[in-house]
Each structure stands twice: as C-alpha cells, then as structure tokens.
Design a protein around this ligand. Structure first.
Ligand code: G6P
Length: 502
C-alpha cells in the first residue's frame, strides 16, 4: 500500500468527488441512516491516504438528505473495506435540492458531458437549464470544500504546516476548482489544487460543440495540476486551452499558462488493486460448471459507450462463420444497471434484451444457448471466479477513459493455461496492454475473426501474452497510481518555472 512517509510528510488530503466512497441508505424498519460500503479500486487506494493524513471527503451520499443536522453514521463494525476508518466527522456531504441535482447529474453530467467526452455528440443534449444546474451544484461542492479546508485549519496538528492537497475528481466537477481557488485566496488559506478526469478528454473539434466550453476549461485550470489517464487526453486538453482560450502552452513538457499561473498536465494511468484480485481469484469457488465449454466473458455497466450491441452482433457473426463453436462456446455477458433515469440507458436496456432474445432464438439447441445474459450486480467473489475461469474476455468499448475490467481480468488469470484478453484500441487500457489481441469493435467481421483467433490460440502463446500483461499490471497497480499522483504534486514547485516554446 501507499507508504506512510509519502502521506505523513505532506499535508492532509481533501477528496472532492460526486459520490462519497460509500452510499447512505435509510433502514426501512428503524428509519436510521446506514452506510453501504463501496469496493471500487479507486476508493481502495485513496481512502487510506485520506484517513492517515486526517483528511476529509466531500461528496454526494447517493440519496437526498434534507436535515443538515442529521448525523452521518459511522461505518458498520463488520465493514472491512478501506473506508471503514473514515469517521463521520471527516465526511462533508452535499445536500442538493432533488430537482436541481437531477438537472446537474442526469441532465448535464450524464446527458451532456458523458456522451460528448466519449466523442458521441449525437447522443448529447445541450440545455441551458442543465448547465445552470451544473454551475450551481459545482458552486455547492466548492462551498463545502472551503468549509472542509476551514475544518482542517482548526484541527492543526499532525500534518504541521504543509498545505493540504485538494483533489477534485471527474467530469461532474469541472468548475469547482476555480471557485475553490478564488475562495481560498480571499480567506487566505494555503492549499494545492488538483483535478483528475476519469473519462477521455475529447479532441478540440468535439469539445468545442459544448456551448460553454471556455468556462469548462477555465474551471479546470483553477488547479495547479490536471491529470488524465493517457497522453492523448493531455494533448487534447492542451490543444483546447490553446485554441479556445489562447493560452500559451508547452506540449513537450505538458504545461498551460493562464493568468500568470502555470498549470501542469500529467498522464496518470490508473491501475487496479492487483494483489487483492489475485487473492479473490485464489479463494473463489468455481461458478462456471461446464468444463467442456469455453466461456467468453463481458463485464460492463450497461452503457452505450461499452459497445455491447456491437459485441453481441460480432458474436453472432462468429457463430455464422465458425459453426464449430456451436455448443462449445458461450458468451457470458454481465451488464450492471446504471443511470436508469436517463433515456439513452433505458433504450439500450430494451435493445439488448431484444438482441439477446433474437440471437438465442436463432442458435439455441436443446442442450445449449449461446448467450447467458445477466442484468444485475455480481459480488466480488463471483466476479473473480468468472474472470479466473473465462477462456476469453471481451473488453470492446467504442470509447473508454481507461477500462478496469481488462486489468481485473488479467489479475485474476492465475491458472495455466490462462485465458486471452481482447481489447479495443479506443479504451485507455488498449493503449498500454500491448500483448492483448486488439479488435476494432466497429468492424464486426474483424471482431468475429479476433474472437475466433482467441478461442483457438495455442497454450504457449497464451502463456507468454498473459505473463507480460500480468507483470505490467502488478507493477502499475492502483497504489502505484496513487504514489505517482502524490509525487507529481510534490514536484509542482520545481515544474512551475517559465513556460517554454509553444
Ligand atoms: C464512470 C465515472 C465515475 C462514475 C462511474 C459510475 O466510471 O468516471 O465517476 O462514478 O462511471 O457512474 P455513476 O453515474 O453511477 O456514478
């Protein structure tokens, strides 16, 4: 895990994210609030750093709270997740009015920025009221962050005089940093501000379709450091700063200058808690019963960026072209319900249900169906067993910031012979996982060919490829991402020299 010294020598950390690292639920019987822990990899890496440094987490608790005096509960005594040690006094929740929050979250975040940043502008809506709600909610997050900074100032102590790091996350909060900066300057509070985007940053030609794109850039540039998964997204962002705002930029050193300040832009590719997945895979009971069948696995939130319709059609193409796989191969697709209040997601659910029915109707025999479709959540143990025992993993998004399923799959490949990873070049993960088979999800014939190749790949080739993939992901796990972030924050002073050539 992240070294103690890396955390204690520096200031405390305030994390600002749309969601808190757990969900609050009201117990039907008692009416009391309860925490529902989150097992995400990001939380695993970030929560310990926040806790050790006495930091604070600002975010939305997943439900609307209307009484600001109601106490946030402590974690459940049986909770073994990394957030268990996050005391309620270290949590600053957002209380947004439900209609406003809906326009911000379902409207602007998921109806506009999500499709636009994934380069799918036809799916994006541009509605001034949603943008206004986004501004208001970002102001609210910024307000609460300044409050958190004051709390930290009062609790002087173990972190001495080191200024706290405020770390703002993702596309929900692209305006918050600028307000935080203005407010801390007024209140004379010292802090370092960082932003990390978990989704792609699109090319300028797409980004500028957003009517208020200048404001978005100015919001992000309120930070001292801006992180993206891969260099391409960094360069897209820098390009937008130059072309929209006329900023001086340095593409070689990834710097942007605005209002006399220099902002560092950094590629920080996120990883997964590799060793935890290995352990889960070692302990998980088998859940795929038929050893004579090869399982092709897909695990995704039910989201149109994930290329699920293309994936099912490519699988159909495989069965048409290579009937030898009939009764020998199964596609197990796990689709986790997501953003079900947004129409695009409801439509996709319908389309998938119909497509699964049509393909199964076409190929099913008395003893076999080609697609097993799970619309729901699966637990971590079961998931690790699926990853471990699958012959092929299909990670074929049309566009994806990183995609952690690809990385979790390789972590769980502990058996010999291992399975084969197929990954889309349009995912951040595809950029670095060179030994995976690459497949363009838009080209159904190619996707069918690549899947066939994976199914018949000789053992020795599978072993060589998987060994390389696993070594890289073990080295670049989520803790090393966290360390890289802290190191980048540390070196800010040295980097803030004069900007070079454009
Ligand atoms: C993506 C985003 C996250 C988000 C997650 C789930 O990974 O980058 O910020 O939390 O999707 O989506 P949701 O809308 O349920 O938070």
């Amino acid at each position: 895990s992240v070294s103690r010294s890396a955390c204690n020598s520096k200031g405390s950390m305030i994390v600002v994210s749309n969601r808190l690292p757990f969900i609050l639920k009201r117990n039907d019987k008692t009416g009391e609030l309860e925490r529902k822990a989150s097992a995400g990899g990001l939380v695993t890496a970030v929560a310990p750093v926040v806790i050790r440094g006495g930091g604070i987490w600002v975010g939305w608790p997943g439900m609307h709270l209307d009484d600001p005096n109601e106490k946030i509960p402590e974690s459940n005594p049986n909770d073994k997740t990394p957030t268990a040690g996050l005391l309620s006094e270290k949590i600053v929740p957002i209380y947004a009015e439900p209609k406003l929050f809906d326009s911000y979250y379902n409207g602007c975040c998921n109806g506009t920025f999500w499709p636009l940043f994934h380069s799918m502008p036809d799916r994006a809506t541009f509605i001034a009221d949603h943008w206004k709600a986004y501004i208001k909610c970002n102001e609210e997050f910024a307000e609460k962050t300044v409050h958190a900074l004051h709390l930290l100032k009062q609790q002087k102590g173990k972190n001495g005089n080191a200024p706290p790091i405020v770390w703002v996350h993702d596309y929900h909060l692209m305006l918050a940093a600028n307000w935080i900066r203005q407010r801390v300057e007024e209140d004379d509070i010292k802090c370092k501000l960082a932003f990390f985007l978990h989704i792609p940053f699109p090319p300028w030609d797409i980004f500028r379709l957003f009517p208020w794109s200048d404001e978005v850039l100015q919001g992000i540039l309120g930070c001292d450091m801006v992180g993206f998964h891969i260099t391409d997204y960094c360069l897209n962002f820098i390009d937008c700063c130059q072309r929209n705002l006329g900023c001086r930029v340095d593409r070689k050193n990834l710097l942007v200058e605005l209002g006399g300040r220099t902002i560092c832009v950094r590629p920080l590719p996120i990883g997964v808690p590799f060793d935890r997945f290995v352990q889960l895979a070692q302990n998980a009971k088998p859940v795929l019963s038929n050893a004579n069948q090869q399982v092709i696995l897909g695990v995704d939130r039910l989201d149109y960026t994930k290329g699920l319709v293309h994936r099912l059609k490519a699988f159909e193409r495989l069965l048409e072209r290579y009937p030898e796989h009939i009764e020998k191969v199964v596609l197990l697709q796990i689709s986790v319900p997501s953003r079900t209040d947004v129409k695009e997601y409801q439509d996709l659910k319908e389309e998938m249900d119909q497509l699964v029915g049509r393909i199964n109707g076409r190929f099913t025999t008395p003893n076999w169906s080609p697609i097993r479709y799970i619309y729901g959540c699966v637990g971590q143990d079961e998931l690790a067993a699926f990853y471990r025992d699958a012959a092929v993993a299909l990670v074929t998004p049309l566009r994806d910031g990183m995609n952690l399923v690809a990385k979790e799959f390789v972590a769980c490949q502990i058996n010999t012979p291992p399975g084969v990873l197929i990954v889309s070049p349009f995912a951040g993960a595809g950029e670095m996982m060179h030994e995976a088979l690459i497949c363009n999800p838009y080209e159904l014939d190619d996707a069918a060919e690549v899947t066939h190749r994976a199914l018949i790949m000789p053992e020795d080739e599978r072993i060589v490829r998987m060994n390389h993939l696993r070594r890289r992901e073990q080295l670049n796990d989520v803790d090393s991402w966290m360390k890289a972030f802290l190191k980048a924050m540390d070196s800010l002073e040295e980097e803030a020299d004069d900007i070079g050539a454009t």
